[in-house]
Design a protein around this ligand. Structure first.
Ligand code: SF4
Length: 307
């Protein structure tokens, strides 16, 4: 049921079964400790189905629908964003294209909502960052190349493991990690800055030093500029859902997880150990953490804007 959510329902997209709506606004401000305070979410819900996803509980406000199967698409974001970028109060700050769902999840192949939105970013030379677990983004690489000629563009792949089989269990709807590395190489070749979100690191599943090293090795080969790594957080409803996943697929790990996670986070010593290992790997492969956007990014965007 969509009657109580803050958007205007339009129709069910005929060919996809996805709920189409018109959003009143495109840009969403938040004060979280992230590279930018502005998000633009084209979709609500995400068919990538990651077992550790905590965004899935953001769906409660539109009626508690199943985040992985009840996808909502905002079909009017390109003109809405254009209006918001034209405002004199807009400072051309970087915008995160995503945040609560993956913009290049499978239904985007049919709906093609991203290209006109990227055209708006190009028109206004507005900095952009995006993270995805899909190589569908390569469909739009010409648009990313055009934008990166005008302003800073960052494309990050979220990669938790370099093992395609393990990823199939953990992230059943997403592109295999080997293809995500291919995507990063292709983006790098067209001049886009690329990064990896190595998060979450999953205790006893993806946290062996040689498993983490495989990601750094492949990242170095792909010319990735930065990696940020952080262990699993089992906040709120994620904890019972993830423990249930372990019961079904890795029953021997239920007891170790219960021992490691007294609350939502792993023990501080575990977190320190993971950060130490990834810092050493970063040094070994010459890959730094992901830097903040330069303060001049927004003024550069303003100077080159067409409006
Ligand atoms: S890609 Fe992100 S939003 Fe989508 S299911 Fe996975 S963790 Fe959740």
């Amino acid at each position: 049921m969509l009657s109580s959510h803050p958007f205007k329902p339009t129709s069910t997209c005929q060919t996809t079964g996805v709920q189409c709506i018109e959003a009143r606004s495109a840009l969403h401000y938040h004060d979280k400790e992230q590279p930018t305070h502005w998000d633009l979410n084209v979709y609500r819900g995400c068919a990538h189905g990651c077992t550790y996803c905590f965004a899935r509980y953001s769906h409660d406000y539109i009626g508690g629908g199943d985040f992985f199967n009840h996808i909502v698409a905002k079909t009017n974001l390109a003109p809405t964003l254009d209006k918001e970028f034209r405002k004199s109060t807009w400072l051309h700050e970087p915008v995160n294209l995503g945040g609560v769902s993956d913009s290049y999840q499978p239904v985007e192949a049919t709906l093609k909502l991203l290209p006109p939105i990227l055209e708006v970013f190009i028109k206004h030379s507005n900095p952009l960052l995006i993270s995805t677990k899909s190589d569908l983004i390569l469909r739009d690489k010409v648009l990313f190349a055009r934008l990166s000629e005008r302003t800073e563009v960052r494309v990050a792949a979220s990669i938790t493991t370099a093992n395609d089989s393990l990823a199939q269990l953990l992230e059943p709807g997403a592109t295999a990690p080997s293809h995500r590395f291919t995507m990063l190489r292709a983006m790098k070749e067209i001049g886009v800055k690329t990064y990896i979100l190595l998060m979450p690191i999953l205790p006893y599943l993806t946290d062996e030093p040689d498993q983490l090293e495989q990601i750094y090795q492949q990242a170095a080969r792909a010319g990735v500029e930065g990696i940020i790594a952080w262990p699993l957080n089992l906040r709120g409803k994620v904890k019972p859902a993830f423990i249930q996943f372990l019961r079904e697929k890795f029953p021997a790990l239920v007891a170790p997880y219960t021992g490691l996670f007294h609350g939502s986070s792993a023990s501080p010593s575990y977190t320190s150990q993971m950060l130490e290992i990834t810092a050493e790997l970063g040094q070994k492969y010459g890959i730094s953490k992901i830097p903040r956007f330069a303060p001049e990014t927004k003024t550069a965007g303003r100077q080159t804007s067409l409006f």
